[in-house]
Design a protein around this ligand. Structure first.
Ligand code: HPA
Length: 237
């Protein structure tokens, strides 16, 4: 396949930086481009999945929405890695806490992701492949997050295929017992796709809600915590 791809309208790989930050929401991508990057150029609006390239502290960085869930986001991960010479994708998003000690607005860095997704069914027969991030990027993010004094947790996340339906009885409890930190919907697909192409990936989250505690949030605090996560991602990009 040649560029432009079916879902990204950039006509040259130069329009996209080697590192792409990817929130689920394309308007978040626009917000980041407008508020954190200099000399911004838009490279995509196909299907409303806005993508921008600009400079952060002199470093060329792109930011683009991925949509929600593994099937949507994997279309973009595949096309960016395979056709636009992208080397690194950093997913930035929100996640629901599954542990009492992981509080609203904490930062979670995904050391691995588990999922009920069937994307691997024909790849590894009966072996349950465990997708992992790039270790150097993980280490860099962990050190930078601590340096910035963010409350930071590293561990496995659940990349769920469903937002609304509950997991079967006992499964949620088992995931908690075995130390899964939080639930989101894309990282398993990102880590798989990066491994497929021998590229680098990392998922960083801010906790937006809790599946184990009643929590009340304010718009202001939510904004601050999202900003912290964006800062972290831009610093390691
Ligand atoms: N489920 C899935 N994804 C999420 C959630 C959730 O509860 N919260 C934030 N992202």
């Amino acid at each position: 396949m040649n560029i432009p791809t079916p879902h990204i309208s950039a006509t040259s790989p130069d329009e996209i930086a080697s590192t792409v930050l990817m929130p689920g929401d394309p308007l978040r991508a626009k917000f980041i481009a407008e508020n954190f990057l200099d000399n911004v150029k838009q490279f995509n609006k196909t299907r409303g999945m806005l993508g921008f390239t600009g400079y952060y502290k002199g470093k060329k960085v792109s930011v683009m929405g991925s949509g929600m869930g593994i099937p949507s986001s994997m279309i973009y991960y595949n096309e960016l890695f395979a056709f636009y010479d992208v080397d690194t994708i950093i997913r930035i998003g929100t996640a629901g806490s599954m542990q009492e000690d992981i509080k609203l607005h904490d930062i979670v860095i995904a050391t691995s992701a588990c999922s009920e997704s069937s994307i691997n069914d024909n790849l590894f027969a009966n072996i349950n492949f465990s997708p992992t991030p790039d270790f150097d990027l993980l280490l860099k993010a962990y050190n930078k997050s601590n340096e910035l004094s963010y409350t930071t947790h590293c561990g496995q996340v659940h990349s769920s295929d469903q937002f609304y339906n509950k997991l079967p009885d006992g499964v949620f409890d088992n995931l908690r017992k075995y130390g899964v930190l939080c639930v989101e919907m894309e990282t398993y697909g990102l880590y798989m796709t990066a491994r497929k192409y021998g590229k680098k990936a990392l998922g960083i989250f801010t906790i937006s809600d809790s599946l184990v505690e009643e929590v009340a949030d304010s718009a202001e605090n939510r904004e601050i915590s999202y900003t912290n996560m964006m800062n972290l991602a831009l610093e390691i990009a």
